[in-house]
Structure formats: C-alpha cells, structure tokens
Design a protein around this ligand. Structure first.
Ligand SMILES: [Zn+2]
Length: 211
C-alpha cells in the first residue's frame, strides 16, 4: 500500500486567490521565549491551499461544508492526467474511457508543477474546467471533482457557470490539489475538510491510497 499526500502545506507564502486574505500562521508563544509550550494562531480564507467548496459557496441555501456527506469525500477515485490541456473540455473527459462506476474524479494538469515553483505567485493562466465539461461531469454521475489549482473554473470566465453547474447539482469540488507525484489511475481518496460550522468551504487534508 502506498499513500500519496496530495495536500499543499498551508504557509504564509502560499499564493491565494486575488482579493482573498493572506494566510497567517504564526507562533504567539514560544518555548524559546520562556513559555512552557509553543502556541500558534491561524488566520486565512477558507479557500486557502487544498480545500473543499460546498454547494453554499455559489448556491443560496446550499449545504455547508460541515453538512457534506462523508461517503462522497472518501472512496474510490480516478486520477486523470491532461498534460496538454489549456482548458478541460468534454473531449478530454470523453477520451478517458472512465470506468462506469466512477463517482470521484481528480484532474491533473500542468498546474500541479506550479506548486513547486520557487517564488510561486498566483498564476491566472491555470488550467480549469469549462461549463460544458461541468455539464458532462454532472451528467456522468460524478459526485466529487478535484483540480490542481485554486479554482475549478477559468480565471477570466465572465460568469461562474462551472461552479454553479457543479455545486447546483451537489457535486463536491476539491481545489488546490497537488498531483505532481501521482500518475493516472485508480486510488482510494480520503478528503476531510475541517468541520467549520456553516462555512461554504474549508481547507482539507487530502490523500490518495494506492493498493
Ligand atoms: Zn474554493
């Protein structure tokens, strides 16, 4: 059994979505300065690093991250690799020949290599899923979709259609995955967002298990 950690370490240097708050993770008491223990505080947007979007992110009265079904967040997941895609369209998805029973799909693109770039700043040219591909995902019965940058939809899309289509159908979105060391194929996904009461999203430790 091999375990792949597909989460990005949360740290203050991590790029965040333009306009989102910077990540603050700092010690306010340290053993070095005479305290009995080290104690840290965290402040960040809930869409920081590897995180889950719940339906309420874009859907009024949609369920929140603490209400997401755990049996969707855990289970068999297919990793697709689209190294040449600039945008993920239905053609890419159709060509996958996905196993019929697939309900969790993680998409690896050239985005994954951005996470190991030195001095990585937010890159608006990341690869994402167009609205037609979002429709394909919903119609195919996918319940969880993951992508390897900070949004499932293109930066310059005038309307948030991709988010609305997916979240409107109750599909759970995982963003900010790092799939650099993972090859295409079938795994067991464990993706557990922090149980933030009433929040539309939350950072999520995410791992893949290869049997
Ligand atoms: Zn998000």
């Amino acid at each position: 059994m091999k375990i792949f950690d597909i989460s990005i370490p949360l740290n203050p240097d991590l790029p965040v979505w333009p306009g989102d708050p910077r990540i603050v993770l700092e010690q306010y008491q340290t053993i070095e300065s005479g305290h009995a223990s080290n104690n840290s505080k965290l402040a960040c947007g809930v869409h920081s690093g590897t995180h889950v979007d719940a339906p309420s992110h874009f859907i009024k009265d949609g369920i929140t991250v603490d209400q997401l079904p755990l049996d969707v967040l855990i289970g068999p997941a297919f990793v697709a690799n689209f190294p040449k895609a600039d945008t993920v369209t239905p053609d890419f998805l159709e060509a996958l020949d996905l196993p019929r029973e697939t309900t969790r799909l993680l998409i690896k693109t050239r985005n994954s290599s951005l996470w190991s770039e030195p001095n990585h700043v937010f890159n608006p040219d990341f690869v994402a899923i167009n609205p037609e591909a979002a429709d394909w995902i919903v119609n195919r019965g996918i319940r969880l979709i993951g992508i390897d940058y900070l949004s499932i939809q293109r930066y310059k899309d005038p309307e948030p259609l991709t988010h609305r289509i997916l979240l409107g159908a109750g599909v759970i979105i995982v963003e900010g995955l790092c799939l650099q060391n993972v090859h295409a194929g079938l795994y067991t996904l464990i993706c557990l967002p922090i149980k933030l009461a009433g929040s539309e999203g939350a950072p999520a430790r995410s791992i893949l298990i290869e049997e």
